[in-house]
Design a protein around this ligand. Structure first.
Ligand code: ADP
Length: 371
C-alpha cells in the first residue's frame, strides 16, 4: 500500500467517510550549511523521498479532530485557540494561516519521515497541512504563495509548537524540485534551484539515522544562537554573513563559534559552485570539513554522530557529516554506489562496538516539494 492509500484507509476507518483529498510534504537533509540560517548565511538542503501525508475533510462546527498512528488522538474546538503536544503543528498552521471560510476539519496523518531524527518530520507535518488548506481554500500555490505558506508555518512553529526554527525546513519542504538542491540565502531571502542528480553520476547520499533523538530542547540550541549573537555584536557586523574573520574576538569560545559560521558559509558557496559545474564527487572534502567544524568549533556533535561519520569515511565514503541541529539525529555520507553496502556495514559495526543504538539508513534522492 502506498502512503496515500494508507492515510485514506486510516481516515475512513477513523471518521467513517472519505477525505476530500490527500496532500504531502517531504522531510529534508541539508547537504551543507549548518547553524548558519540564523546568521544570515547560506544553506543547501534537498528534499527526501520520505513524506508526511495528510488526508482531510472540512467540517462546519469548528471542531478539529486529528489522528496519527503512534500519537495520542486530539479533538479540540478551534475557537479555544489552545493546543498541547503534536497537534500544535496542525492547529498552529490553521490559526496562523486562518484560511477564508475554514471552520474545522477531520485529519488523518501518515508518514515515513523518521520522527525526531533531524530530518524535519515536524516541518513536513506543518507544510503538508499548509498545502492542504491552500488547495481546499483557494490560496495560491505558485512560488509566491508557497513563500507565504512557508512564512506562516515558521510562525506557527514558533508561536504554537514553541520551536525556534529559522525557516530552512519549511522553505525546502515547500519549494523543493526533484533532481535539485535548493540554495537558500538567509541574508536576502532569495533562493536558487541547483541540479543535484547524484544517481546519474553513480553516487548515493546515504542518510544514517543514529537513533539518538536530537536533543535541541536542552537549551544548547538557544545557547549557540546567543553566542552567535554575542559574536556578531562584538565584531560590529549586522550578521556574521558580513564578517571576514573571527580573529578579532578575544573570547576563545566566541571566536570558535564565529569561525564555524564564517567558514561554513564559505563552504556552502564553494559547494554551490561545484554543483553548478556538476562536480558532485568533489563535495566530499567540504562535507568532512563541515563535520570537523561542527564538532570542534561549534561543538554540537556527539559520540554517536562522530562514530558514524568516522566509520563511513574509513569505509570509503567520499565525505560525511552530521546534519541538523546536532546532539544526536542523523548524518549523511556521500558514497560511490559500490561503497554503499560496505559503508552501511562499517557504520552499523562501529555503533555496535560502542553499544550505541543500531543506526538505520535511508537513500536520499533529491525529491519534490509539498504537493
Ligand atoms: P524532527 O527532526 O523530526 O522534525 P522534531 O523534534 O523537531 O524532530 O519534531 C518531531 C515532532 O513533530 C514530534 O514529536 C511530533 O510532535 C511532531 N510530528 C512529526 N511527525 C509527526 C507525525 N507523523 N504525526 C504526529 N506528529 C508528528
Amino acid at each position: 500500500m502506498t502512503l496515500a492509500e494508507t492515510v485514506r484507509a486510516a481516515f475512513t476507518a477513523e471518521f467513517g467517510t472519505e477525505p476530500e483529498g490527500c496532500w504531502c510534504a517531504p522531510g529534508r537533509v541539508n547537504l551543507i550549511g549548518e547553524h548558519v540560517d540564523y546568521a544570515g548565511g547560506l544553506c543547501l538542503p534537498m528534499a527526501l523521498p520520505q513524506v508526511t501525508t495528510v488526508a482531510m475533510r472540512r467540517r462546519s462546527d469548528h471542531l478539529l479532530r486529528v489522528r496519527s498512528a503512534g500519537f495520542d488522538p486530539v479533538d479540540l474546538d478551534l475557537r479555544d485557540r489552545h493546543v498541547d503536544g503534536w497537534a500544535a503543528y496542525v492547529a498552529g498552521v490553521i490559526w496562523t494561516l486562518d484560511p477564508p471560510g475554514f471552520t474545522g476539519a477531520d485529519i488523518a496523518v501518515a508518514s515515513d519521515v523518521p520522527v525526531g531524527a533531524g530530518l524535519s518530520s515536524s516541518a513536513a507535518l506543518g507544510t503538508s497541512i499548509a498545502v492542504a488548506l491552500a488547495d481546499l481554500c483557494g490560496l495560491p500555490l505558485d512560488e509566491d504563495g508557497r513563500d507565504r505558506l512557508a512564512t506562516a508555518c515558521v510562525r506557527a512553529e514558533n508561536d504554537y509548537a514553541g520551536a525556534r526554527t529559522g525557516g530552512l525546513d519549511q522553505r525546502i519542504a515547500l519549494h523543493a524540485r526533484p533532481g535539485h538542491a535548493l540554495l537558500l540565502d538567509f541574508a536576502d531571502g532569495s533562493s536558487e534551484h541547483i541540479p543535484f542528480d547524484a544517481e546519474a553520476q553513480g553516487l548515493t547520499v546515504l542518510v544514517v539515522d543514529t537513533g539518538t533523538g536530537h536533543r535541541l530542547a536542552d537549551g544548547q540550541y538557544g545557547q549557540r544562537r546567543g553566542e552567535v549573537e554575542d559574536a556578531t555584536r562584538l565584531l560590529g557586523v549586522g550578521t556574521l554573513r558580513n564578517a571576514a574573520s573571527a580573529d578579532p574576538l578575544d573570547d576563545r569560545v566566541l571566536r570558535r563559534r564565529a569561525r564555524h559560521v564564517i567558514d561554513e558559509i564559505a563552504r556552502v558557496r564553494e559547494a554551490a559552485e561545484l554543483l553548478r559545474a556538476g562536480r558532485i564527487r568533489d563535495l566530499g572534502p567540504l562535507l568532512d570539513a563541515s563535520h570537523r567544524s561542527l564538532r570542534d568549533d561549534f561543538e554540537v556533535s556527539c559520540p554517536e554522530l562522530d562514530t558514524a561519520v568516522g566509520a563511513a569515511v574509513a569505509a570509503g565514503a567520499l565525505g560525511a557529516r552530521m546534519v541538523g541541529g546536532g546532539f544526536g539525529g542523523s548524518a549523511i555520507a556521500l558514497c560511490e554506489n559500490g561503497h554503499v553496502d560496505p559503508v552501511r556495514q562499517a557504520v552499523a559495526d562501529a555503533a555496535a562496538r560502542r553499544d550505541f543504538a543500531a543506526p538505520t539508513f535511508l537513500r536520499a534522492t533529491a525529491s519534490g516539494g509539498a504537493r
